[in-house]
Design a protein around this ligand. Structure first.
Ligand SMILES: NC(=O)c1ccc[n+]([C@@H]2O[C@H](COP(=O)([O-])OP(=O)(O)OC[C@H]3O[C@@H](n4cnc5c(N)ncnc54)[C@H](OP(=O)(O)O)[C@@H]3O)[C@@H](O)[C@H]2O)c1
Length: 267
């Protein structure tokens, strides 16, 4: 099945999602609107109709994907909202922009889906969580699901209140893991390793551990951890420090800060 799609905002996330649809042959035709698309070289693809600015024409695609920054969402959507067919589902990935905000812009009679993806979507390893308003039909949900599955796993929730929590965990989460690599590398240097060696070891350790977790998907993280921890060994010595509660409280605090910021963005 291939779809007619309109994509507003072809930056890091919008561009990554578009690449996944193209590579999974999910695109019949895609209208891309963005003043400076990230995948500029792709715009000559025969399936893509590119415009730097919205031309005011009626939008009758199966689905309209809104992937602009939250701060400019209202401005970027105003004119489009007046020309959106009632049969077109709208899917927004803007952090902190609620379904009621989107209904205020596009109309409460529109089929609206709010989705929180994450950047591993660019290599098909993302995870997204979506919530739909009451106007979204099963067919529109199925279209959204197929497009979202092209960039990884996708889940649906009923309670929109949980989206800010999802944003704090998986939406912003890749940055935490990259920071973990940086912090591990710094700590490795302090043990006596060179910067180059420490950076290499930290990065590959995270890559390898994530790959093991993926390979052993049925095994809990706690069991994977226990499997590499011999009693009274070196790993146990480090985990006694890491698991004394401070690491958990820092993560609690970080996710709470991200969740509060997502709430602020919606005001
Ligand atoms: N990146 C993430 O990890 C992530 C994760 C989850 C959700 N999101 C959400 O995804 C959305 C996009 O984020 P991003 O990181 O992809 O941002 P981005 O890379 O800045 O992409 C946004 C794109 O929209 C373009 N744009 C600006 N004004 C426009 C307009 N009026 N019409 C059409 N396009 C316009 C921008 O062009 P200019 O550069 O010229 O302004 C840019 O190319 C945000 O709402 C964010 O909350 C992002």
């Amino acid at each position: 099945m291939a779809y007619n799609i309109t994509l507003i905002g072809c930056g890091k996330m919008g561009g990554a999602m578009m690449l996944s649809w193209l590579s999974h042959d999910l695109v019949q035709h895609i209208n891309v609107i963005d003043p400076t698309p990230l995948n500029n070289e792709l715009m000559s693809d025969s399936r893509i109709n590119y415009a730097a600015k919205y031309d005011g024409g009626k939008i009758t695609s199966d689905i309209l994907i809104l992937a602009v920054k939250p701060q400019i969402l209202e401005k970027a959507s105003k004119e489009i909202a007046n020309n959106l067919s009632n049969d077109t589902a709208l899917l927004s990935i803007a952090a902190g922009q609620s379904i009621s905000t989107l209904e205020n812009i596009f109309g409460s009679d529109k089929a609206i889906i709010r989705t929180m993806p994450n950047t591993p979507a660019s290599i098909g390893k993302g995870i997204s969580v979506s919530v739909a308003n009451q106007n979204v039909t099963d067919r529109q949900k199925d279209t959204a699901q197929k497009l979202l599955n092209a960039s990884g796993e996708s889940l649906w929730i009923e309670d929109e209140g949980l989206i800010d929590c999802v944003t704090a965990l998986s939406g912003s989460g890749p940055a935490y893991i990259f920071y973990l690599i940086e912090a591990l590398a710094k700590a490795g240097e302090k043990t006596g390793l060179s910067n180059e060696m420490s950076v290499k070891l930290a990065r590959q350790t995270v890559i390898g551990s994530a790959a093991l977790a993926e390979y052993d998907a049925g095994t809990s993280a706690a069991t994977l951890r226990k499997n590499v921890t011999s009693p009274n060994g070196t790993t146990q010595a480090a985990l006694d420090v890491l698991m004394d509660g401070r690491f958990q409280s820092i993560l609690d605090e970080a996710l709470s800060a991200a969740k509060n910021r997502a709430k602020e963005l919606n005001q």
